[in-house]
Design a protein around this ligand. Structure first.
Ligand SMILES: Cc1cc2nc3c(=O)[nH]c(=O)nc-3n(C[C@H](O)[C@H](O)[C@H](O)COP(=O)(O)OP(=O)(O)OC[C@H]3O[C@@H](n4cnc5c(N)ncnc54)[C@H](O)[C@@H]3O)c2cc1C
Length: 230
């Protein structure tokens, strides 16, 4: 999976600037660097008391390449996100498919809402990889056969499975990213635990690492307040 930060305008100062306008009015830009400890305290207060809108005045655009089953989950996040994805109508799709890594926990135990995943045996991993490869090869061959027979790409693509990779640009702000991370990562500091599929979590972890570099105070306050989006 690929996650690249393409463009950003996102700093902790953007949060302070937005928050301080309420008391300092048009002078708020001058307040930014006056007192670093006070700034840290203000970000923490905003996070703790869930004053969310100051965390919206920033922007991050990611290029993401991941299986379609990850994108299906990703695009359920509607608020504070913009998406553009490659088209299966206008271009021929490349044969790039998902295979679980050897350390991907393969066996699901428990009941709905209370699952845990445990490591599979080497034989289970081998069976999964073999079955996926065979299925991908068959479906991609069918796709190519239909294209060769003159069938339009938009119809031929129906042969392809959700393990096929797609790519997109996703633009968000810190508030919408925090909401995403609260739901799509598991973390020991989370006040409200979530149990996301590992593959979308891997994407989330990489986005979080980029965001933490851009907005370290905001990221620290997110963790310190139970990873609940303000
Ligand atoms: C572990 C996990 C399992 C899931 N399983 C399933 C599943 O089995 N089936 C399934 O369909 N989905 C499933 N989902 C998707 C889930 O239901 C949400 O659609 C997804 O997590 C996006 O969350 P959201 O709506 O809060 O985010 P966003 O769409 O980004 O919305 C952000 C916030 O805005 C507000 N908001 C947005 N739209 C509305 C609205 N129309 N009305 C009122 N308030 C709104 C809410 O406060 C919301 O939290 C799962 C998600 C997770 C994390």
């Amino acid at each position: 999976m690929t996650v690249r930060l393409i463009r950003s305008s996102a700093t902790d100062a953007d949060v302070l600037w937005a928050a301080r306008v309420s008391t300092a009015g048009g002078q708020s830009l001058e307040e930014l660097t006056k007192d670093p400890e006070r700034s840290k305290g203000l970000i923490n207060y905003l996070m703790r008391d869930r004053h969310g809108s100051p965390f919206e005045h920033n922007s991050m655009t990611f290029f993401i390449s991941a299986p379609i089953f990850v994108f299906r989950e990703f695009m359920r996040h509607r608020v504070g996100w913009s998406y553009n994805e490659e088209s299966g109508r206008y271009r021929e799709l490349e044969p790039v498919f998902y295979l679980p890594a050897p350390d991907r926990k393969l066996v699901q135990q428990g009941r709905p809402g209370k699952y845990e995943f445990v490591a599979g045996t080497p034989e289970q991993h081998e069976s999964a990889v073999t079955a996926l490869k065979e299925s991908y090869a068959r479906s991609y061959a069918a796709y190519q056969d239909l294209l060769a027979a003159g069938v339009a790409r938009e119809v031929a693509r129906a042969t392809l499975p959700v393990g096929l990779y797609s790519s997109m640009y996703a633009t968000c702000n810190a508030r919408s990213l925090m909401h995403f991370l609260g739901l799509r990562t598991t973390h020991e500091l989370a006040k409200v635990p979530s149990f996301p599929q590992r593959e979308i979590e891997m994407v989330g972890e990489r986005m979080e690492a980029e965001w933490a570099k851009l907005m370290p105070l905001t990221h620290a306050a997110f963790n310190a307040n139970g990873r609940v989006a303000p």
